[in-house]
Each structure stands twice: as C-alpha cells, then as structure tokens.
Design a binder for this molecule. Structure first.
Ligand SMILES: CC(C)(COP(=O)(O)OP(=O)(O)OC[C@H]1O[C@@H](n2cnc3c(N)ncnc32)[C@H](O)[C@@H]1OP(=O)(O)O)[C@@H](O)C(=O)NCCC(=O)NCCS
Length: 172
C-alpha cells in the first residue's frame, strides 16, 4: 500500500488554495479553530484551552497523519481551515472526511474547492470508493456542502441520533 508506506506529505493545490501539511507556525489558527465556540458548536471534541494544547495537537497529526491538510491561501500560506481523511480502511476502499474553516473564510466557496480536490485525491490517487461524513442534524452549512459535493443522506447514525450520515460513492 503506497499510501501507508509513504513518508512524503501529499501537498496539492487548487485555483486559490494550497493544501499542505500543518506546521508548528500554524498554532494560532489551529488554536482558534479548536477553541472558537461557533466553529465547534456542532463538533464533539475536547476544545483547545491553551496554545500548548494546540501545539500538542499539531505534533500528534504531524507524526501520525498523511491525510490531514492545512487549507492555506496560495499567496501567503496562511491557514484558513483544515480538511482530513480518517478511519481509512485497511483495504484503502473506505474512509471518513472532516473539515473546518475559520469563521471569516466561510461563505466564500473555500471548503467546496478544497473538498473537491481532496475527494479527487482520495478516489483517483488512493483508490478509495466510499467516503462517509457524519454531521450534526442542525449543521446546515455542512449539510449544504455535502449535498453540493453529491453526498447522499443515508439517515441518522445508529448510535447517535443527533448525527446524520452522508455517503459519497465513486465507481472507479
Ligand atoms: C462546514 C463549513 C466548512 C462550511 O463552510 P462554507 O464556507 O459554508 O462552505 P463552502 O465552501 O461550500 O461555501 C459555500 C458558500 O460560499 C458561497 N460562495 C462564495 N463564493 C463562492 C465561490 N467562488 N464558489 C463557490 N461558492 C462560493 C456560496 O454561495 C455558499 O454560500 P451560501 O451557503 O450562503 O449560499 C463551515 O461552516 C465550518 O467550518 N463549520 C464549522 C466546522 C464544522 O461544523 N465542520 C463540519 C464537521 S462535520
């Protein structure tokens, strides 16, 4: 499995964005993403309380993930949000996707642009054919994004009735 054995981070780009590895110098933005109330309203995760918490999180993903991208603007590489593929199955056919944007960069089509590229990478480069996304039932912006990206609403999560499961199937 080329992906799991690879040591090189798969940086990719779109018209407006560079999707690159998160680095220690992103700590302020990662802290904001993981502490801002409105961004975390529908996310079930422990918030970062300090910059050190955010730095520890960055170290963790740098050491363990080749599929957690900083969404950065091309001109100055400033981090605007993140997007990740996780729970990738051993046969590399299935995974989940997660994403978040700093508030001031929402409503500009940035996540749509980033997610299209990462879905293309997942399907065409990794050979993944099923991508799941769980989103809170009241998270309208996330639901709208998933529908735009042609994810189908599968129904409520069996173990948490606040979460809806969306699925994208690609026939490769
Ligand atoms: C979910 C989230 C990433 C969606 O962000 P977003 O900016 O709404 O997503 P998109 O990139 O699809 O942008 C679409 C919006 O940009 C607008 N837009 C502006 N310029 C655009 C362009 N050039 N191209 C496309 N859309 C554009 C669209 O009209 C649309 O706005 P609207 O919804 O008011 O009609 C964001 O709300 C977020 O980070 N939430 C907090 C974290 C979270 O809940 N994550 C989900 C976990 S499951």
């Amino acid at each position: 499995m080329a992906f799991k054995n690879s040591k090189t981070f798969p940086t990719v780009s779109t018209d407006r964005l560079t999707l690159r590895q998160v680095s220690d110098s992103d700590v302020q933005e990662i802290f904001l993403l993981r502490s801002d109330r409105s961004i975390n309203k529908y996310l079930d995760r422990p918030p970062s309380k300090t910059l050190d918490d955010a730095l520890r999180f960055i170290e963790q993903i740098k050491n363990n993930s080749l599929s957690y991208w900083a969404i950065a603007q091309k001109e100055d590489q400033k981090l605007l949000g993140t997007i990740c593929l996780f729970d990738i199955s051993d046969d590399l056919k299935k995974c989940e996707i997660g994403y978040e944007l700093l508030t001031e960069y929402q409503g500009k089509g940035i996540m749509r642009e980033a997610a299209k590229k990462i879905i293309e990478y997942a399907t065409q480069t990794l050979g993944i054919n099923t991508i799941d996304a769980y989103t809170h039932k009241d998270n309208q912006r996330s639901t709208k994004l998933l529908e735009e990206l042609n994810f189908k609403n599968i129904g409520f999560d069996e173990t948490n009735s606040d979460l809806m499961l969306f699925r994208l199937k690609k026939h490769i």
